[in-house]
Design a protein around this ligand. Structure first.
Ligand code: BJW
Ligand code: ZN
Length: 250
């Protein structure tokens, strides 16, 4: 499944950067965006995931996000999330960058998480930028409202919007400093997050991708592991631990 050299590099690395996408949550039952059963097959991004869509019909946009919140509340982290959380114990510095808004990495116990596309379980005032966890929202006519009277929107990054600056900066810094980069369950299409592993490639890191399908990144990296994250990641963790036990001096 993995080359011996990948296991050694991971087991001995100082800094690992991991980029995850919707694929890692697929086995928990959270739909991905693209592909056969992806959300964008049924719903149009322009009508639901842009600032214009929210201006035109905030109630419709919130209906979609409430539906997705309900899915996320009903699911659990899977063995892929759990393996990444456990991997924090095997490396001095592990930075987990996720495009996912579902919060499943935090629920599985990962500690250093950079959420580059926000979090669906939080809303943000479109007037004063105050943020609120979902369970503290006050709803009026199908939309949560802020103390200031403004409409709250999901605290996620829509097409055409900037990603949170500091979070993105930390992600690119980690890409430039890491020894190993893992790109897991992402179609590697949506910018600027898709550039993160490219930066790692350019900075000389060992880049490994885990996905049942190849992506635009695949031809440019050292190792592609074809498979589902929930199966591949526990095995990766097992092999890294085994390698570290055999060579305790790293
Ligand atoms: C498995 C699996 C299993 C299945 N195990 N794997 C440069 C070039 C071209 C375009 C642009 C560019 N720069 C900006 C753009 C425009 C745009 C963009 O990138 N468009 C592309 C689609 C072409 N980017 C933006 O608009 C971004 N903003 C920006 O750049 O602003 C700068 C700016 C500002 C102002 C003016 C001008 C410029 C913002 C992007 C925001 C993305 N938002 C979304 C929605 C978030 C909120 C929500 O959830 O509702 O983020 S879209 C959606 O895509 C979501 C995801 O995080 C993101 C990435 O998707 P991901 O995670 O890769 O999922 P999928 O479904 O695509 O792939 C799943 C993968 O898993 C597949 O590969 C499967 O094979 C695999 N898989 N099962 C492992 N079991
Ligand atoms: Zn407000």
């Amino acid at each position: 499944m993995f080359s011996e050299s990948a296991i050694k590099k991971i087991g001995r690395s100082e800094t690992i950067l991991i980029l995850t996408g919707a694929g890692i949550s697929a086995e928990s039952g959270v739909p991905t965006f693209r592909g056969e059963n992806g959300l964008w097959k049924k719903y149009k991004p322009k009508e639901l995931a842009t600032p214009d869509a929210f201006r035109n019909d905030p109630v419709l946009v919130w209906e979609w996000y409430r539906y997705r919140r309900d899915i996320i509340r009903s699911v659990e982290p899977n063995p892929g999330h759990l393996a990444l959380a456990a991997m924090e114990e095997t490396v001095p510095n592990l930075v987990l960058v996720t495009q996912n808004v579902d919060g499943l990495h935090a629920r599985s116990g990962s500690k250093r998480i950079l959420e580059v596309h926000g979090n669906i379980m939080r809303s943000r005032c479109s007037q004063c930028a105050r943020t609120l966890p979902a369970d503290e929202e006050t709803w009026r006519n199908g939309v949560p409202v802020c103390e200031c009277g403004g409409m709250m929107r999901p605290d996620v990054v829509w097409f055409g919007e900037s990603l949170p600056r500091q979070v993105l900066k930390e992600a690119f810094t980690a890409a430039e400093e890491c020894d190993v980069c893992l790109s897991i369950g992402t179609s590697a299409l949506v910018q600027p997050a898709a550039s993160i592993p490219w930066h790692a490639v350019q900075a000389g890191a060992y880049v490994l991708e885990i996905n049942p399908e190849s992506t635009p990144l695949t031809p440019h990296i050292q190792e592609f592991v074809k498979g589902k994250a929930g199966i591949v990641l526990p095995e990766l963790l097992r092999q890294v631990r085994e390698q570290q036990q055999k060579n305790p001096g790293r």
